[in-house]
Design a protein around this ligand. Structure first.
Ligand code: A2P
Length: 319
């Protein structure tokens, strides 16, 4: 299985990365340091996760040279307005204590109304709330991402980031983006797992030279995918962990899994890729497509991501 995927801009993305969503500030520093020391060269972060300072400390602790590590972060929904994009990226760089990112993603095809500060500084993560306490959507910015994308392109020109991409985009929204993008998105990071196989989206992305990145590849908190019978049977057959089976299946599909863990032994073992036979792959694909659970947002052509579903599933997002 490939150790790297070559992106449309020629850069090489390490085929497994460490996810940091829901890794607590008190534990993520050690997890990142351990991951890098044990062989990872790819860390996936986001401003939304509220732990980038500790991630940056973990990178430093590891002693691995910056140039050998792939670091991704994401533009938060309250920072889509053109005047905030570069400021948000600079803020993430400051927190991570890095000079550049390898990849910066638009985290959602959706914007929140920012709480504008009188001194023009970067709005906080919490957007303006409506009377019922729900974060208000910035409708104009959510329906048209061109102004935001233009700023992201400028950040590439300036050398603040080497590549740009998106997250949680469906095919319709990507088609729109490709119609005006001067610099093409190199990846689309979406929920992608045994219970959320995203068959149509993955095949469309690959035809369009965009690498699918997989968040929650093991099934999210509790790693539900690892307890599936079909996965357990193959783990026994190959004398490996259930996680190894799922992550190898994803890499074999040309997808880039970002398993989250703060447990040293899991972090180490999740890197091991195994060669599944065609029959193994067929059994996993059959299960995943016959039992799909579409969560967080529906990534199909007709349905746009629904943020109300996301908020119901992840109330902590509004903390
Ligand atoms: P922990 O961080 O406590 O080790 P996903 O990447 O799909 O979001 O899954 C993350 C969840 O899976 C976390 O709860 C993480 O727990 C757990 N996890 C990570 N690696 C493994 C593994 N090899 N076996 C079982 N659970 C795992």
């Amino acid at each position: 299985l490939p150790t790297h995927f070559t992106l449309s801009n020629g850069l090489k993305l390490p085929s497994i990365g460490l996810g940091t969503w829901q890794s607590q500030p008190g534990e993520v520093r050690a997890a990142v340091a351990h991951a890098l020391k044990s062989g990872y060269r790819h860390i996936d972060c986001a401003h939304a996760y509220g732990n980038e300072t500790e991630v940056g400390q973990g990178i430093k602790d590891s002693g691995i040279p910056r140039k050998d590590i792939w670091v991704t972060s994401k533009l938060f929904e309250t920072h889509h307005r053109p005047e905030y994009v570069r400021m948000a990226l600079k803020n993430t760089l400051k927190e991570l204590d890095l000079e550049y990112l390898d990849l910066y993603l638009m985290h959602w095809p959706l914007a929140f109304e920012p709480e504008v500060k009188s001194d023009g500084s970067l709005p906080s993560r919490n957007g303006v709330k409506d009377a019922s306490g729900k974060t208000k959507t910035d409708v104009a910015m959510s329906n048209n991402h061109e102004a935001t994308w233009r700023e992201l392109e400028k950040c590439v020109d300036e050398g603040l980031v080497k590549s740009i991409g998106v997250s949680n985009f469906n095919i319709r929204r990507l088609r729109e983006l490709l119609s005006y993008a001067r610099i093409k998105p190199v990846t689309d990071q979406v929920e992608l797992s045994m219970t959320c196989p995203q068959v149509e989206l993955v095949s469309w992305l690959q035809k369009n030279n965009i690498v699918p990145q997989a968040y929650s590849p093991l099934g999210g908190a509790g790693a539900k995918g690892t307890s599936l019978q079909v996965v357990g049977d193959l783990a026994k057959k190959h004398d490996c962990t259930p996680a190894n089976v799922i992550l190898s299946w994803l890499v074999g599909r040309g997808c880039n899994p970002l398993p989250k863990s703060v447990t040293d032994s899991r972090i180490t073992s999740n890197q091991k890729l195994i060669n599944l036979t065609k029959e193994d792959v067929d059994a996993l694909t059959k299960y995943s497509t016959e039992n799909p659970v579409v969560r967080v947002c529906d990534q199909t052509e007709d349905v746009t991501p629904r943020f109300d579903i996301f908020e119901e599933n992840h109330p902590e997002h509004n903390d």
